[in-house]
Structures are given as structure tokens and as C-alpha cells.
Design a protein around this ligand. Structure first.
Ligand code: HEC
Length: 105
């Protein structure tokens, strides 16, 4: 009995931590992504089409932690750290190898 309980707790823990790696709010992130990123990241516009599926979870983390939109740094300026974390969480959760891959951004 104790063993079963421990296994369940472990599964629950792994499932929640997989969804909360960066600690942002993915629902807000989706909204913020549409508001702050979609204007440039659409087919035919300068940033090109970009969706959560464009990268893997590790690639998104690297992008937000190291690259920080080096191609156009001003795109990240004016967005608060907290909002960027929410956007990162949304992209991460729906990454190509993420827990809930999706294309709509
Ligand atoms: C003012 C326009 C603009 C805005 C706003 C913008 N971007 Fe970009 N983004 C670009 C351009 C231009 C590039 C370079 C595209 C290229 O190299 O072909 C780029 C590149 C990127 C890349 C790299 C693409 C790759 O293939 O590796 C990512 C990821 C990215 N942007 C994410 C974002 C996110 C997330 C936001 C919102 C917080 C955002 N961008 C907002 C214009 C923009």
C-alpha cells in the first residue's frame, strides 16, 4: 500500500514538474505571445512563421536564457521579465517534444 502511494506521488510530482519547469503562467503566455510576437512572427512578415512546435523544450530554454532574441534584441526590450517567463512557459509546454505539442500560436 505504501509503495503504491509512493509511486503515485512520484508520478504526480514528475507530471507537475514537467509542466512547470520555468514557473511561468502558460495561459497568460499564450496571450502575451500573440500580443508581442505574432506581429512579426507570421508567414510573410520579417520574423517568419514561428510556433511553439518550431523548437524543442531545450531549444526554447536556450533561446530565452542565452540568445534572448539576439537577431533583434529590441523585440525583447519593453517586455517585463515576468511576461517573458510566461511566454517562455507557453512555448516550452507546447514544444515539439513537450507535454502538449500544438501549432496554434
Ligand atoms: C519587430 C519584429 C519582431 C518581434 C516583435 C519579435 N521578433 Fe522574433 N525575430 C524577428 C526577426 C527579424 C528574427 C530573425 C529571423 C531570421 O533570422 O530569419 C527573429 C527571430 C526569432 C527567433 C529565432 C528563430 C529561429 O529560427 O531560431 C525566435 C525563437 C524568436 N524570434 C522569438 C520571438 C518571440 C518569442 C517574440 C515575442 C516575445 C518575438 N520573437 C518577437 C522579429 C521579431
Amino acid at each position: 500500500m505504501i509503495k503504491v502511494l509512493a509511486a503515485c506521488l512520484l508520478v504526480a510530482f514528475v507530471a507537475t514538474s514537467a509542466l512547470a519547469v520555468t514557473g511561468g503562467n502558460p495561459k497568460k503566455g499564450k496571450y502575451l505571445y500573440k500580443k508581442n510576437c505574432k506581429s512579426c512572427h507570421t508567414e510573410g512578415v520579417e520574423g517568419g512563421n514561428l510556433t511553439p512546435l518550431s523548437k524543442t523544450m531545450a531549444q526554447w530554454d536556450r533561446f530565452f536564457e542565452r540568445d534572448k532574441h539576439a537577431a533583434k534584441p529590441e523585440a525583447f526590450e519593453g517586455i517585463s521579465e515576468k511576461d517573458l517567463l510566461d511566454i517562455q512557459q507557453f512555448l516550452y509546454d507546447h514544444a515539439a517534444d513537450g507535454p502538449q505539442p500544438q501549432t496554434c500560436g
